[in-house]
Design a protein. Sequence first.
Length: 323
Amino acid sequence: MLAAAAAALAGCAAPQASAPAPANSGVVKVTSLGGFDGEFCAQDRALVFEDPNGTRVLYDPGRTVMGPNDPRLGKIDIVLVTHTHGDHLGNAYTKAIGAGTCAAPDFSVSAIPNGNATNIALAKKAKVVTGSDMPSFFAAKFRANGGNPADSILARFGGSVTVGGVKIATVTAMHSNGLDPDYIPGELGKNMKEAGIWGDVGLATGYVVVFSNGLSVYLSGDTGVTADQQTVVRDLYKVQLAVMNIGDGFTTGPTESAYVINDLVKPNTVIASHANEAGTQGGKVREGSKTARFIQLSKVPVVVPLSGRLMQFDGNGRCTAGC
């Protein structure tokens, strides 16, 4: 464990020994689109997954993707949004990579009333896949902005959809999911804001995404500890790679997240997410940070997603490059 933690201070824990090749060949490429190149910072949520067949999935763009014109985006086919809070849907975004500080990034460019995820999907002509009652929100935004409402796709708990050869299922996330009235135009939104009432778009979700090389990935979103992390995420979907929130206060903290990974999900590798802190400095994990604590407690290799670094994972969820 000490060796793994030491390796993680350089960016991520060392990959385990190679496993037998999965039935389908190819690797899934994963890139963090964070606020500061080469760092893991407080507002970093966004990840791009590229399937071996070329399908590209943007997960929770939040505030660190510089709108639809962010040059790091490239082609985007699918956008996944776990819930409508500003740091995931994106009520604002950073004006430039490296604006502000890693602990307190500058996200002063407003994305209201559509949200960063919506604007990106519209510009990229991507499908937005969400669960609960969120699809009607995105469909309405598409309709109001000249997009196709049918590009907002529903995947409710227990069901799945396949887009571009990538299978997507929603899973439980214990977290609030109110819609800020700022996204609601006119007097209705104004009156709701004055009354302190947020819109109801149903439950927050997590995702299990199955790629064409056989890799099954758990995207936790913002969640507490749930029994479904064992009975559904592990037992049913048998995920090999997890992206786990560790920020505490608003979501599971490092101790709880390590329990989820070690005792419930049991993936081969975990990518840390949603730290709500400057997790690294100069590309190295900060001593005494929540990120360092999570690495210390995890029994599986922890990948720290340094922004802009391309990582590759085989069908068994083991990092083959970039970690």
